[in-house]
Ligand binder design. Structure first.
Ligand code: HPA
Length: 289
């Protein structure tokens, strides 16, 4: 039996009665600190949620946290499931569909990534402008579930232009350097070879990592607005003498983690104000009609 996101969402709703998140956040490796900043209403282990896919990687268990961040009602996935774990790609439709069923309109995705540009070293942040799905996998392959979205859908503007401008404006105001570029999803679980990195540069990629595209595909299928940021933990394979490892990723994820946490928090704070203003404008226009 395929996993049913409705079953999972109903369970979460019983744990956070009356709370409706507007923004979903997926936290990448080493970025769990943001979860601690949430004024939490509920915190639920993935393993306690029925019909929620479980990570097979030890220490990657994961939690769903509902609460307020920067005043915005959010639901945050601390930990995610990756294609390289060997799970059925279709199961990867479930987490983002659950977030949508809970009420989100916007999805913010973060990840750890290697950089393919000398000018964007460890400790940099990169706003994702577009992606290359190099995994050959797609969670939406199979029978289409029309309740969530159409069979065919465009990916031309997957990373919302308005949200990107908003992120850039907030970063500028905060004095945080925010690069922008194309993210390539490599299946993993190994890090790339230097020859692969050379090829990916020619293909137009700026950063490489092992996540994000499945979630973004599922979100765009449902028409959610998406923004994503890579936390650059290293120069990609062959570009420096550093031996790549998961430990190295986690250690260097700390370099920009604080900047990323502040950036996301202030982004949500200002977004909340903008949404409120737009809502008030709509109400006023409605009254005038
Ligand atoms: N490659 C793939 N995934 C990564 C990297 C990398 O260089 N750094 C952090 N995650």
């Amino acid at each position: 039996m395929p996993l049913d996101p409705h079953v999972a969402a109903e369970y979460v709703q019983t744990q956070a009665a009356g709370f409706t998140p507007r923004v979903g956040i997926i936290l990448g490796s080493g970025l769990g600190g943001l979860a601690d900043k949430i004024d939490a209403v509920a915190s639920i282990d993935f393993k306690d949620i029925p019909d929620f896919p479980q990570s097979t990687v030890e220490g990657h268990a994961g939690r769903l946290i509902l609460g307020r961040l920067g005043g915005m009602p959010v639901v945050c996935m601390q930990g995610r499931i990756h294609l390289y774990e060997g799970i059925d790609p279709q199961d990867l439709t479930v987490p983002v569909r659950v977030l949508k069923l809970l009420g989100i309109e916007i999805l913010l995705v973060t990840n750890a990534a290697g950089s393919m540009s000398e000018d964007m070293g460890p400790g940099s942040l990169m706003l994702i402008s577009d992606h290359i799905n190099f995994t050959g996998r797609n969670p939406l392959v199979g029978e289409n579930d029309d309740r969530f979205g159409p069979r065919f859908f465009p990916m031309g503007d997957a990373y919302d232009a308005t949200l990107r401008e908003h992120f850039k404006a907030v970063a500028k105001e905060m004095g945080i350097k925010l690069h922008e570029g194309v993210y390539l999803h490599y299946l993993g679980p190994n890090f790339e070879t230097p020859a692969e990195i050379k090829a990916f540069k020619v293909m137009g990629a700026d950063a490489v990592g092992m996540s994000t595209t499945p979630e973004v595909l599922v979100a765009r299928h449902m028409g959610l607005r998406v923004a994503a940021i890579s936390n650059i933990t290293n120069l990609a394979a062959g570009m420096s003498k550093t031996e790549l490892s998961h430990e190295q990723t986690l250690e260097c994820a700390k370099l920009a983690a604080e900047d990323l946490e502040s950036l996301v928090t202030i982004f949500l704070e200002t977004l909340k104000r903008e949404l409120l203003k737009a809502h008030l404008r709509e109400e006023k226009n409605g009254d005038a009609e």
